[in-house]
Design a protein around this ligand. Structure first.
Ligand code: FMN
Length: 183
């Protein structure tokens, strides 16, 4: 089974999540391909399942990831699809977490895409990722710089997906008896 693990990020933490998810899949025998959801990706997705994610910036997915979901909505809607977002809402507290459950474009595409799940992960944030004003706001909100990714949580989520994707044992083919009758 071929699974595409797509990501869009700026400073590497979302890519790290994607690579970790892929490692879980590979260890379970899936063919896991990690790809950056770059603007202008021209090959239409043709995988058996998709795990697609983005860093959250200003309450939304990055434009290239949003564009990918919009462009390939019909293809993605046909296959099992999991979505993940990486941001600091989980670090900042309940209010931010609640308001980041459905960042755009997930809220507007959710009905069409019908993902199995959307998971919000804590990401990484350093002082040099933001302006002085951003720094003041972040610290005023009680934010702490650093890598807040929870690898156990990421592994557990990926393992759960792998279990859902495991091939279902083939049922006995009833039409075989028909073959016998034909003889
Ligand atoms: C300009 C900017 C805006 C951000 N806006 C949000 C936001 O609205 N909500 C959130 O939860 N995290 C926000 N973050 C935090 C990032 O989503 C988080 O640091 C993430 O791990 C970054 O992923 P990356 O390392 O792949 O770029 C923002 C970060 C930057 C640099």
């Amino acid at each position: 089974m071929r699974v595409l693990i797509g990501y869009a990020g700026v400073h590497g933490s979302t890519r790290g999540v994607a690579e970790r998810v892929a490692a879980t899949f590979t260890a379970r025998g899936f063919q896991a391909e990690v790809t950056e959801l770059a603007a202008g990706a021209d090959a239409a997705p043709d995988h058996d399942a998709y795990v697609l994610g983005s860093a959250i910036h200003n309450g939304r997915w990055l434009p290239e990831a949003a564009e990918y979901l919009r462009r390939y909505t019909p293809e993605l809607a046909r296959q099992p699809l999991w979505l993940y977002s990486v941001g600091l809402a989980r670090v900042l507290g309940e209010w931010f977490e609640k308001h980041s459950q459905n960042p755009e474009p997930l809220s507007s595409l959710c009905d069409l895409l019908a993902p199995v799940d959307h998971h919000l992960f804590a990401g990484a944030f350093e002082r040099d990722h933001t302006s002085w004003a951003g720094h003041v706001v972040f610290r005023t909100l009680g934010g702490r710089y650093g890598d807040h990714r929870d690898w156990r949580e990421i592994d557990a989520w990926a393992t759960g997906i792998a279990h859902r994707l495991l091939p279902v044992p083939l049922k006995k083919e009833h039409h075989r008896s028909g073959l016998t009758q034909d003889r």
